[in-house]
Design a binder for this molecule. Structure first.
Ligand SMILES: Nc1ncnc2c1ncn2[C@@H]1O[C@H](COP(=O)(O)OP(=O)(O)OP(=O)(O)O)[C@@H](O)[C@H]1O
Ligand SMILES: [Mg+2]
Length: 234
């Protein structure tokens, strides 16, 4: 079976700085795949390259059987990839409801209605008239995920959704990601907290200095003390 997303020997640069050095990975439909690695390993750069914010100078990115090289981010999004960036990027001067409208499909054919979003995130419902800038960090993260769902992606890319959040909020986000996975969404997830990554993802890739140095299931990774010590620092 062909993978939903496949990266084959992808190289990417910031100017002359060669950051991704031949990244190959695949994500099958319905999977949650973790992308792990220390600070500066190239995790965010991998997602930016998939989204087309950064051009792959070498290698191929194939999504649903089609090459995506050189597509603009909005075209990548239209093909069915949702992106929740590390810095969340919600609109601070718009209300919660207005932030959701930005992602809402004009044809009304998305899998997630606003009602669904309110059911998944009751606290966003309660705060729908509040401005983005008045939300807590956890609420902003939930809004960023909710907005990505409104676009009805096939694959969701998440960059450290639990970063800087209190344990109770992290639990809520883990629950939400379990629920959306149950509804058939495929997820590629960057997660610094190994425990959270192990709970959420079926399989993992570990990046080190722009190269994949390990891949395996959660069970494999837990059993591999050497990988955890050497590449994850735990
Ligand atoms: N805009 C940029 N210009 C130049 N170099 C950059 C830029 N952004 C990132 N880098 C460098 O590219 C490398 C990979 O960065 P990246 O942000 O992908 O790492 P990361 O794995 O997401 O790390 P973190 O866990 O800190 O988010 C790092 O060495 C970083 O310093
Ligand atoms: Mg990062």
């Amino acid at each position: 079976m062909a993978a939903l997303l496949e990266l084959k020997d992808v190289h990417a640069y910031y100017g002359d700085s060669h950051v991704l050095r031949g990244v190959s990975l695949s994500v099958e439909e319905g999977e949650v795949v973790g992308l792990l690695g220390r600070n500066g390993a190239g995790k965010t750069t991998t997602l930016l390259t998939i989204m087309g914010y950064l051009r792959a100078r070498q290698g191929a990115i194939v999504f649903r059987g089609e090459r995506m090289g050189g597509l603009h981010p909005y075209r990548v999004a239209r093909r069915g990839i949702g992106f929740v960036p590390q810095e969340r990027r919600i609109f601070p001067s718009l209300t919660v409801r207005e932030n959701l409208s930005i992602g809402e499909r004009s044809d009304g054919r998305g899998r997630w209605s606003v009602e669904d979003i309110w059911n998944i995130f009751p606290n966003l419902h309660a705060r729908q008239k509040n401005l983005g800038c008045h939300l807590s960090g956890g609420e902003q993260q939930m809004l960023a995920i909710a907005r990505a769902l409104m676009v009805d992606p096939v694959l969701l890319l998440l960059d450290e959704p639990s970063e800087g959040l209190a344990p109770l909020i992290v639990e809520k986000i883990v629950q939400v990601l379990h629920d959306v996975k149950g509804k058939g969404l495929t997820i590629l997830l960057i997660e610094q907290n190994l425990n959270t990554a192990l709970r959420l993802a079926d399989r993992h890739y570990v990046l080190s200095k722009g190269e994949i140095c390990y891949s395996g299931t959660s069970g494999d990774l837990e059993g591999s003390e050497e990988v955890m010590k050497k590449y994850l620092g735990v």
